[in-house]
Design a protein around this ligand. Structure first.
Ligand SMILES: C[S@@+](CC[C@H](N)C(=O)[O-])C[C@H]1O[C@@H](n2cnc3c(N)ncnc32)[C@H](O)[C@@H]1O
Length: 356
């Protein structure tokens, strides 16, 4: 490489970017620990305190808490006063790192970094040999997904998602609703509570997800769950509304799942398909601030689980163009793409099954 073509400023800028990546990757793990241990919640709204006081309040070991606080201070997450040796969480930061922040709490997503690190060596081997990693390689997945979905569903499902469907009267009168790839089933549970005259059934292939769902909804007569493969649902056209929340792109056979969803809807029935907000064209995602995270989660989870079952491996960033094509090919027409304030990372595709 000649001296004249080597851009030293670009190299310097990339050095700084690399250091940022290294530090921020490390901080993500520490912030995930801050979420799990409740440290951010202990700091929330409180005056500056010593590591001893913070550890006592959180019921944690002081030596670990002091080291964690040092990482947070050096990372610009908490403030540190060297004179008093006190730490505090600025109000301007607490809205993104505490349980109080609900769906805006990004430390919930940071838990995924640690989960994915557990399969790093297995992934290296599928990079070399092809194939994928099945769900049982991710024993923490259902619990983590449930934590993440809880915030999203509790803050937005009834207030923001239901109005998009224009079906509130029907839900109040009593209709049949299915949630495919329901995970721990919280969406059906919340809808079942809100609309006691309607009947809700959740389908998922995960025994753990369905068992959690059954525990959560045991008091509701109008909500049930079944272990089922979404690619072989084989249901009669007996549903007025079917939903999938982030549950198509990681399917092994998404086309079969969509065909099954189309078949189980009554004519005129509605399908709500929630999928990550992305373009199918890579260059249109380059400026998306969440795109590196999305492609990482996709490579290390969504795409690899699909490939593990011989699937299409669509990936999380399969994008709205390809999603629309899949929905059209399954028979859905007049597809509207909506979004909600509390869930900016997802597109809400709403379509109906034609009546003739
Ligand atoms: C990303 S999670 C979303 C879970 C849930 N909808 C939510 O938002 O919390 C995708 C879910 O799809 C389920 N899934 C994947 N492939 C499936 C299949 N072939 N049949 C049924 N469920 C499947 C997984 O078990 C997982 O619970």
């Amino acid at each position: 490489m000649s001296e004249t073509t080597f851009d030293k400023d670009r190299a310097r800028a990339f050095t700084s970017r690399m250091l940022g990546i290294l530090n921020d990757g490390a901080l993500s793990l520490m912030m995930s620990i801050g979420h799990k241990t409740g440290l951010f919640d202990s700091l929330d709204g409180n005056p500056p305190a010593s590591s001893q006081e913070i550890a006592e309040k959180a019921g944690l070991d002081e030596r670990y808490v002091r080291e964690w606080l040092s990482a947070m201070a050096c990372g610009g997450v908490v403030d540190y006063d060297p004179e008093s040796e006190m730490f505090s969480l600025p109000d301007e930061h607490s809205g993104l790192v505490t349980r109080r922040a609900g769906p805006r709490n990004l430390t919930v997503q940071m838990q995924q970094i640690g989960m994915l690190a557990e399969v790093e060596d297995d992934l290296v081997s599928v990079f070399e040999n092809g194939g994928g990693l099945p769900y049982d390689k991710f024993p923490r997945f259902q619990a983590l997904m449930s934590d993440s979905s809880e915030r999203r569903f509790k803050s937005g499902l009834i207030e923001q998602v239901v109005p998009l469907l224009n079906m509130t009267d029907a839900l109040q009168s009593g209709i049949d609703v299915a949630d495919v790839g329901c995970g721990s089933g919280l969406a059906s549970y919340l809808l079942g509570q809100e609309f006691p005259n309607s009947r809700f059934v959740g389908f998922d292939m995960s025994n753990e997800g369905i068992s959690r769902a059954n525990d959560t909804a045991k008091d509701l007569d109008n909500v049930s769950y079944q272990v089922a493969d979404a690619a072989a649902l084989n249901q009669d056209p007996s549903f007025d509304l079917v939903t999938t929340f982030d549950a198509i792109h990681d399917q092994a056979k998404p086309k079969d799942a969509l065909a099954g969803i189309f078949a189980m809807l009554r004519p005129g029935g509605t399908y709500l398909c929630v999928e990550p907000k992305a373009s199918s064209v890579l260059e249109e995602n380059l400026e998306d601030p969440m795109a590196p995270f999305m492609y990482t989660i996709s490579t290390m989870h969504c795409m690899t689980v699909s490939l593990a079952y011989g699937g299409d491996g669509l990936g999380a960033a399969w994008g709205h163009q390809l999603a629309t094509e899949y929905l059209n090919n399954a028979g859905f027409k007049d597809i509207k793409v909506e979004g909600i304030r509390h869930d900016p990372g997802n597109n809400y595709f709403i379509s109906t099954k034609p009546t003739s």
